[in-house]
Design a protein. Sequence first.
Lengths: 243, 511
Amino acid sequence: MSFLTVVYAYLYYFAALVLLAGLTFKVVQYARTPAPLKIPTTPAPTTRSGVVFRMTREVVLFESLFRGNKWTWIFGWIFHFGLFLVTLRHLRYFMEPVWLPIELVQPFGIYGGMAMVVGLAGLWARRFFVDRVRYISSPSDHLILALLIAIGSTGLLMKFVFHTDVVAVKSFFIGLYSFDPQPLPGDPLLLLHLFLVAALMIIFPYSKLLHAPGLFFSPSRNQVDNPRERRHIAPWAKRLEQE
Amino acid sequence: MAKATFEVPELSQYLDVPPVTPQTMAHSKPFVAKPEFQAPLGFPGELMDDWQEKALDKMGELLGRYRSLRVYLDSCVKCGSCTDKCHYYLGTKDPKNMPVGRQDLMRKVYRRYFTLAGKLFPKLVGAEDFTKEVLDDWYSYYHQCSQCRRCSVFCPYGIDTAEISMAAREIMDSIGVGQKYCNEIISKVYTIGNNLGLPGPALRDTLEGLEEDVLDDTGVAVRYPIDEVGAEILLVTPSADFFAEPHVDGLIGYGKVFHEAGVSWTLSSHASEAANFGMFIGSYENMRRVAQRIREAAIQLKVKRIVFGECGHAWRVAYSFLNTLAGPWDFLDPRYPVPQHICEFTYDLIQEGKLTFDKGENDDKVLTYHDSCNVARASRMGNTPGGQFEIPRAIIRATCNHFYDMDEDTIRDRTFCCGGGGGLLTDDLMELRVKGAKPRVEALNNVMLEKGVTHMAAICAICKSQFTKVLPYYGMEMDQIVSLHQLVSNAIVLTPTLDDEDDEEEAEEAA
């Protein structure tokens, strides 16, 4: 086994561990932190199923962002939906046999890749051209966009210009499951692509990418508007009553 | 026009988003609370020597207490959706008044001490040490947030800057840096019973005066009772309703509605204040203590229902938090929600056909309606979401012939704050209040020009006081802001009581 294969095998074990452990830690932390008061942004749904519907609209359509800023919404939505298709397309590298829905989504995944880069470019342009967005951007905000664009472009380049041996890539990842990594092709573009993806996985739990799990725990969006009907009280607040 | 020592913004026809102009409001700071007003709230008197350590401890404690704070500090992606939504940014151009700019004042400290990325690479992720300069910025800009939640409407994650400014104020209080206005008022509530420091005898005098005024005006004896044990309804209303204009006209209206409903009601000298400034300073303990007075008054007066008067943040605390802070309310009549808003009460009577109005009495006015932020975005009225928008408008339509809404982008859940909410209704923040009112006054000005609107109704004591003070800076009249129940009061046709008829007969006999 080549040195490169070993390095990438360890890199991916490490990245997967950090991503899973880090995200689990944050999700458990969010779930365990009480929300002592009812603070849904109203008008809010008065039933649990209403909240599920509200949350679905936020997750799938970015409803609040749509109301807030149309440009950010269109670029943001194109990027996220593109990324979603790309991720589905890539699942074929991680399963054998490949499920039918994943087979079917393959051609759309390519458009997804293009959409993703276009959306990201739009979002990045706003960081330069809109003075308010420029003011709030820190270096990490630019770097994350650069990272994602680099991931998208290296991927598209491999699809259209410098092909790599995708069968070997798949064997490498399938092999990781049984701690038996198969040789990874040494194409520089592939190595760069995979390195950047691993970097993304590692920074995920330590960066603003936490907005993904965060949305589900946002009290202003996930609470039912029923404070008069049901008494809502946090454990630490309950203790105040016993004093 | 009122005199100003600062530049009053010019109104325009369209909402324009100003260019980022840093530090325009860095000088704006409210007076700091004196030690004697910190102690009753359980806060140290002045800035401690080891304040940084204490503040970070407190921040850690709050991160464990409030999921909102933890999730909101982690989740922001700096998308910019909120950047042009805050009335203080629109009125002052200061980027630290953009919701995300304000949040970042705390987020940069959070990242530095509570996140791995901020500990390792502070510059990269915009993390900063908690220095005295940062603390000064906190004091300045966390007192330029009226906690109106408009930003949370447009945030893709629902990040609510109000939650962050409340936490910041609590952290500052815990190290001895309190705001004079809020903390002095909470002290007054503890010692006297209401924000304005009106003692029981003064309240009784005022209410007797109201009874006489209404009798003189209408010939009908409408009662304004206080501390009457066994009354059906306890009315909890902001203390400004007892004497300030136009607030008191609203209180007169509530009394007339109760009169027509034929229910007994009472105010309480123990809970003679609906406001709960504990919310503004983010202190659960103080908010709870203030709210407990209402429970005590309800038990003591043996009432069956609780109704709240016109007050925005008080209605948020009442509707959203009262059950949590002072419940359960199982000793009250289960047929009615606890608590109810006076607008819900009046609206229900209108629906049942129990109130008669002579709308012509309001024909000297063309009205619009200001959705108060805490009612609009942090509470509800009635049984369906959005009732908080429809019910007050239905009452205006039932009592007035001429009503026009302001621009859709500036009403309902997109309403603009009056500029004086969240504990900022103090003269030492006048510049901020005038500039922050700009987007709302602009929308008002537009319906005045286009529809001939003459008056704006509101259901919040802070909004009413704020507009009374601020409208003159924009060349408008202070009495253009009216209480919603003032309109009800003007139009309602009162049924004479037996006593009144006796009085009239006696008067006729005498004549």
